[in-house]
Each structure stands twice: as structure tokens, then as C-alpha cells.
Design a protein around this ligand. Structure first.
Ligand code: C2E
Ligand code: MG
Ligand code: MG
Length: 689
């Protein structure tokens, strides 16, 4: 080969004795002759502790020769990324093969092979061609550095990260590395730079955009930038550490996925699978014009009792139906569920000039019985609204819940708080003070509204209605002050007073030989224990009225929590002759559930249906059905709120039993009622037609 004019020969394969001493000696002599031009190499290997060790070479061949270290340090996939410039075994240092080729072993910098080096430019010649003296082959090696590596079993193959390379011999990688060193390419872009650059890019992108879709776009662009940079750096012959940046991306994606997962679960109620009130608050906070929204909270009465009878999937069905009902007004609404008995949604107040009546309508429709797994279940609700300004979203949600609590089925099913401070609190505090005074001074009285037999027109008795005339505010509706008494825990005291007055009126009527049947109203929430029974019995005893004259109208029967207790109380009182009426039947405050479970004697059809009789066919159908339901169950029917003669006539034709209303007589004081009754007794039936 020396004759071929080769400038240097690097033997990148270990030299071993062949066993044929003549051949070995010839080879040794040839090496000695070309000592200046030939460089032998020793492979580097890892020991058990992954220390890089220089393997021993053949003393016979190596003596007096220059020796390089042949290392290709592939990663776990078989790729070579970087090669040291020098190896030392503690005694002497061995320059790397590439270092010898490029710098004669002079440099100390490690190299990162630039795989953009075109290896097709490196002639590869079979050694036997040279040995045979092939002219072309000899020409090719003239004045060149020749690297000799093993073939067949001796070939050390590695992978190069370029499609053109594929599996290549280790020697070729040394040439690429040397070429890289000569071109001064293969610069190293460290991981700190790529992490900083790509981290910043990600931060910047996410800082600028809003919304999920745009975020996805940023992620896509980020990955595209990474790939582009990778390809570009390969062309530029840069050696970049992208794995850390990629790791950063993966790490971020994982964190984000965990965050999204938790977020989804934090904002969803596990039972109903509806978004919860934390989601309601979040969504409210997201609105630009928070003040324009009213928070509506619907409280479903006795939800727990209903759910207790259902399987898990039926529970979900039931709650989903509640949500669908509340959606009726506008399918755009998201309905939120707090996990308990409250459901909420947002409405843009300006869309509803009369929000209250809109919600009353919604509530009426939403409160129809629900059917789950072929079972019909009652649904009754009250609605609270917060439409106040200058309050935080969470305190607004709380006040909407409070409003739903304060709303009452019969009295005020939809309760709107616009300015909590001024509207409800202050008013109620001053009302409260005066109510206390009225109770102490005994200034709460009753009025009696006559009830007639529809067919004959004969007055058969009266309903006692609570009245409070406040000096400042005039007559205050029982709806308001009974609610107030309940809230401050003085309902018993008020009831005691009103029962006393009602029973005394009955006794007075009986004494005068007039119809003494008197109906007194008692809220269903008082049927939780026997105190109400004691109270009624005491009032009866004190007044001396005949229990057979007394009807107790149970208002708000939907609020009965425990039917067994209520039934006990009613049976105990029933034994003494008192009878019970279910008030406001047909609206959600009183429904079939209570009628079915409790021993009622009378059914009062709510005035909502009665007042619509003359102009609404469905009201007529409903009343007809209620009347047949009532007679089918052997109950006495009472139609309340008869305001005109046409209605009276219709009811009479339908076969109703009793009736009351402004058209017959307004609620009046006892002396006036007595006068009316006396007149009727003496002059016959006046309003019989
Ligand atoms: P309610 O028991 O359904 O009483 C009937 C209500 O309808 C009374 O209102 C009565 O004045 C009114 N009314 C009677 N005829 C007509 C009519 O033709 N048209 C119209 N639009 N209304 C008519 P009031 O007195 O304001 O009582 C409201 C509610 O307050 C009562 O409804 C009842 O639930 C409750 N309440 C009244 N007194 C008592 C009481 O002593 N104790 C309890 N717990 N609740 C009472
Ligand atoms: Mg009543
Ligand atoms: Mg009523």
C-alpha cells in the first residue's frame, strides 16, 4: 500500500496473531516499514460498572507503533451521537481514531458526528482489490488517508440517524466524525438551550391565545416547530439535544391532562352527572357582564325521600328529568346541581321583563309528576332568585339558595332577591319587630269566609283566615307574616292564637244556632310531631267548640317530611271527631302523594284552576277530573276562589260539593258573618242561582 502512495493508514480493527508465524512476521515487518504512516487501534469496551476500558492489543504487532482508540459509543437504540477525542488507561493516552484522521490526534474536544456528511463521497474499496493491484483502486487511495475495518464477522455495525446511512460500519462513522471535525460543523446545541427556547415558545404561545381550540393550535405548532428544527439542524450539521425539550412537552401535556381530568371531576356532581355549583360559580365569573345575570335556584321538596326509594340509575334519571324540566324555558340553559336538593341556572334578566311570572310559569310546568321506570313520582319545587348587584358570585349563589329556602309552596313559590340588604333584611327586621308587638298586643285576628253548598247555595260554614292589620303598612298578607313567624320560630304561638280564635268563632255560631262548621288553616310543616295535636286539643277544650264542627285545612302538604308521623297525628285527632282537608290541591304544594297517604275528609281545589274555568278548557278538564277523583275517594270537594257567577254555574253543573270565593262572600268579621248567616236563614237562599 505504501507503493500506492497512501499518506496514512488507520487500521480500525484489532490486530491478532493469526497462528501462522510467517504471515504474522511479514505483517509485522510491513508495519515496521511503514511505522510513520500506520496507526493501529484498540477497541474500547464497557466493564460491568460501565467504565470505559481500553482493550489490550497484541504486543507483537503494537510494539513501537502509534495506537489510537477505536470507540463508537452507541446509545440503547444503536445510534452514535458523540465520540470522545482521547482515551486513557491511566498510563498513557490514546487519541480517538477520528481525532487521528482529522488532527493527527491533537485535539481534546469530543466530536458530535455531523450526519449531513455525504458518505457516498467516501470511496469504499475491498482490500483484495488493492492487493490484486487494481489500477482504479490504487488510484483512489493515492495520497489519501485509508481506514481499514473488518468485514463479515469482524464488522462492527452501527446505525446512523440518516436514511442514507442505515446500518453502517463503525469505521465509516469515524470518517464522518473526522470529516465533521475538519469542516468544523457538528456544533453542539445543548439541552439547556433547547429547553429554554422551546419552553419559552410554549409559554409565549399559551400566553397569547385564549380558548381550548387555539390552545390546541399552539400545541400543534409547537410540535411542528420541534420537528422542523430537528430536520433543519440535521441539514445544518448541528447536533441538537431535543430529547429534553420533548420531555418537557410530554411533561407539560401530562400535567395538563391531569389538570383537565381533575377539573372535569371537580365540576361535575357524581350522582346526577350534572355540572355542580362550583361550575355555576366558575361560569358566572367567566361572564363579562356578571350583573346582567340572575341566578335561579330551584329547591326540590323531599328530594331525599324520593331518591331513597330509587336505584342509583333511577336516581340519575329522576335528577336528569328535573334538569330537563328546568330547561324548558330555554334549551340554551345549563342546569347545575349542587348534589342535594338544589338545582340552579343563569338567566339574562333583560330577556325576561317579568322574570317572576316567567319563573312561576316555568315552575308550574316543571312541577308535574315525573315518571321513572314506569313509576310516577311527585315533583314539587320552590324557586329562589338572586338578582342583586355588587356582590361576589358565591355570595349571590348563597342568597339565591336562601331565597329558595324562604320561598314557600303555597304563599310565595318564587322569591326574588334584588337587593338583599334593603329589600329583604331591613324590611323583614322592621316587620319582625312589629310582628312581635302585634303578637304581644294580641292584634292578630281572623276573618271568616263563608262556604256554601254549591247545589243549594246554603252557607254551611266558613274558613278562618288570619289577618294582621299593621298601623303603618295596612293589612299584611298571611303569606308574608306566617312565613316570618315560621322563620323566627314563633309559628306555634301564632297558630295557637289563630286556632283559639277560630274555635271560639265556631262555638259562638253554634250557640246562636247558626252553621258552626269552621275550617282553620295549619301548615303541614307543623305535622312533624304531636305538639300540633296537643295544641289543637287544648284549643278545643278551652273554646268549648264541638270537634265535629272543626275542619283542619292542611296547607303546603308537599312539605310533609314524614308521612307516618303526620298520619299518626291525624288519626289521633280524627278519633276526637276532627276532620282534615287538603288545601290548594293540584298545585305542587299539594299533590296526590299526600292525598294517597293521609286520611283526608275534604279536598280543596286550588283557585288557580277555578279562576280559569270560564275561559280555559284544560282548567275545566282538570277540575272535572279533580271532582271525580274527590268523589271517587269519598271526599267532599271544595272549590276555592269562585269570583263570578259563570264559574259558580259551571261548578254546579260539574257536580261540585262546596265552594267559596269573592263572588259568594269576601272574608268577613265574625259579627258580619253571623249577620249574613242569620239573613240567609230568615230569608231563604239568596244566592241560589
Ligand atoms: P288559602 O287557605 O287557600 O286561603 C284562601 C285564600 O284565598 C285567602 O287568602 C282568601 O282571602 C283568598 N280568596 C278567597 N276567595 C277568593 C277569590 O274569590 N279570589 C281570590 N283571588 N282570592 C280569594 P289569604 O287570606 O290572603 O290567605 C292566604 C293563605 O294564607 C291561605 O290560603 C292559607 O294558606 C294561608 N293562611 C291564612 N290563614 C292562615 C292561618 O290561620 N294559618 C296558616 N297556617 N295559614 C293561613
Ligand atoms: Mg285554606
Ligand atoms: Mg287554598
Amino acid at each position: 500500500m505504501s507503493q500506492a502512495g497512501v499518506s496514512r493508514i488507520v487500521i480500525d480493527t484489532p490486530m491478532q496473531l493469526s497462528g501462522n508465524s510467517r504471515v504474522d512476521r511479514d505483517l509485522r515487518l510491513a508495519l515496521e516499514r511503514n511505522r510513520e504512516r500506520v496507526i493501529l487501534s484498540r477497541p474500547i469496551r464497557d466493564d460491568i460498572d460501565e467504565n470505559r476500558l481500553i482493550e489490550d492489543g497484541s504486543e507483537f504487532f503494537e510494539r513501537g507503533m502509534r495506537i489510537a482508540a477505536s470507540d463508537i459509543q452507541p446509545d440503547f437504540l444503536g445510534f452514535v451521537w458523540g465520540i470522545e477525542s482521547e482515551y486513557s488507561d491511566g498510563r498513557s493516552a490514546y487519541p480517538a481514531v477520528w481525532n487521528v484522521i482529522a488532527h493527527g490526534g491533537a485535539t481534546t474536544e469530543a466530536i458530535f458526528p455531523d450526519y449531513s456528511v455525504d458518505t457516498s463521497q467516501v470511496p469504499q474499496i475491498d482490500l483484495s482489490e488493492l492487493a490484486r493491484g487494481n489500477g482504479l483502486a490504487l488510484n483512489a487511495v493515492q495520497d489519501k488517508t485509508v481506514v481499514i475495518w473488518g468485514s463479515g464477522r469482524d464488522r462492527r455495525a452501527i446505525k446512523a440517524p440518516d436514511a442514507n446511512y442505515g446500518d453502517v460500519s463503525a469505521g465509516l462513522i469515524q470518517i464522518v466524525a473526522a470529516e465533521t471535525a475538519l469542516r468544523n460543523s457538528g456544533q453542539f446545541v445543548g439541552s439547556s438551550i433547547t429547553i429554554a427556547a422551546f419552553g419559552l415558545l410554549l409559554l409565549l404561545g399559551l400566553g397569547i391565545v385564549r380558548g381550548r381550540r387555539n390552545r390546541m393550535l399552539v400545541y400543534g405548532l409547537w410540535v411542528a416547530a420541534l420537528v422542523t428544527f430537528f430536520v433543519l439542524s440535521a441539514y445544518l450539521g448541528l447536533r441538537v439535544m431535543l430529547s429534553e425539550a420533548l420531555f418537557l412537552g410530554t411533561f407539560y401535556a401530562t400535567l395538563r391532562a391531569i389538570y383537565n381530568y381533575r377539573r372535569r371531576h371537580i365540576f361535575i356532581d357524581p350522582r346526577s352527572k350534572l355540572p355542580n355549583f362550583a361550575a355555576l360559580r366558575r361560569d358566572l365569573e367567566c361572564q363579562e357582564d356578571v350583573a346582567a345575570f340572575a341566578i335561579v335556584v330551584a329547591k326540590v321538596a323531599r328530594l331525599d325521600a324520593v331518591l331513597a326509594t330509587l336505584s342509583q340509575s333511577e336516581q340519575r334519571q329522576y335528577m336528569r328529568q328535573v334538569a330537563t324540566r328546568l330547561n324548558l324555558g330555554d334549551t340554551q340553559h345549563t342546569v347545575y346541581h349542587d348534589g342535594g336538593k338544589y338545582f340552579g341556572f343563569l338567566v339574562r334578566a333583560q330577556d325576561y321583563p317579568d322574570l317572576k311570572s316567567h319563573l312561576e310559569g316555568l315552575r308550574a310546568v316543571a312541577s308535574q309528576a315525573v315518571s321513572v321506570s314506569k313509576r310516577t313520582l311527585d315533583l314539587s319545587m320552590t324557586i329562589g332568585v338572586d338578582h342583586s348587584k355588587n356582590k361576589s358570585p358565591s355570595s349571590r349563589i348563597s342568597s339565591a339558595i336562601a331565597a329558595a329556602d324562604q320561598a314557600r309552596e303555597a304563599y310565595r313559590p318564587v322569591f326574588i332577591i334584588t337587593n338583599f340588604e334593603a329589600d329583604s333584611e331591613t324590611w323583614d327586621y322592621s316587620l319582625q319587630a312589629r310582628l312581635e308587638q302585634a303578637l304581644t298586643e294580641n292584634r292578630i285576628s281572623i276573618k271568616l269566609q263563608p262556604q256554601i253548598e254549591l247545589q243549594s247555595g246554603r252557607i254551611i260554614g266558613a274558613e278562618a283566615l288570619a289577618r294582621w292589620v299593621d298601623e303603618e303598612r295596612g293589612e299584611i298578607s298571611p303569606a308574608r307574616f306566617i312565613l316570618q313567624c315560621e322563620r323566627v320560630g314563633r309559628l306555634d304561638e301564632l297558630t295557637k292564637r289563630l286556632l283559639g280564635l277560630s274555635f271560639a268563632a265556631s262555638r259562638s255560631l253554634r250557640e246562636k244556632g247558626l252553621p258552626a262548621r269552621v275550617s282553620a288553616n295549619v301548615s303541614a310543616i307543623q305535622f312533624v310531631d304531636h305538639r300540633i295535636a296537643d295544641m289543637i286539643e287544648t284549643a278545643l277544650a278551652e273554646s268549648g267548640a264541638d270537634p265535629a264542627d272543626i275542619i283542619i285545612e292542611v296547607t303546603e302538604s308537599a312539605r310533609i317530611e314524614d308521612f307516618a308521623v303526620a298520619r299518626d297525628i291525624m288519626e289521633r285527632l280524627g278519633n276526637s271527631g276532627i276532620r282534615f282537608s287538603i288545601d290548594d290541591f293540584g298545585i305542587s304544594s299539594a299533590n296526590l302523594d299526600a292525598l294517597y297517604r293521609l286520611p283526608f275528609f275534604e279536598l280543596k281545589i286550588d283557585r288557580m284552576f277555578v279562576s280559569a274555568l270560564t275561559n280555559d278548557r284544560s282548567a275545566r278538564t282538570i277540575v272535572e277530573n279533580m271532582l271525580s277523583l274527590s268523589s271517587g275517594l269519598g271526599l267532599v270537594s271544595v272549590a276555592e276562589g269562585i269570583e263570578d257567577l259563570a264559574t259558580l254555574e259551571i261548578l254546579r253543573n260539574m257536580g261540585g260539593d262546596l265552594g267559596q270565593g269573592y263572588c259568594i262572600a269576601r272574608p268577613q268579621t265574625l259579627p258580619l258573618l253571623q249577620e249574613t248567616m242569620r239573613l240567609q236563614r230568615d230569608n231563604g237562599l239568596q244566592r241560589s242561582g
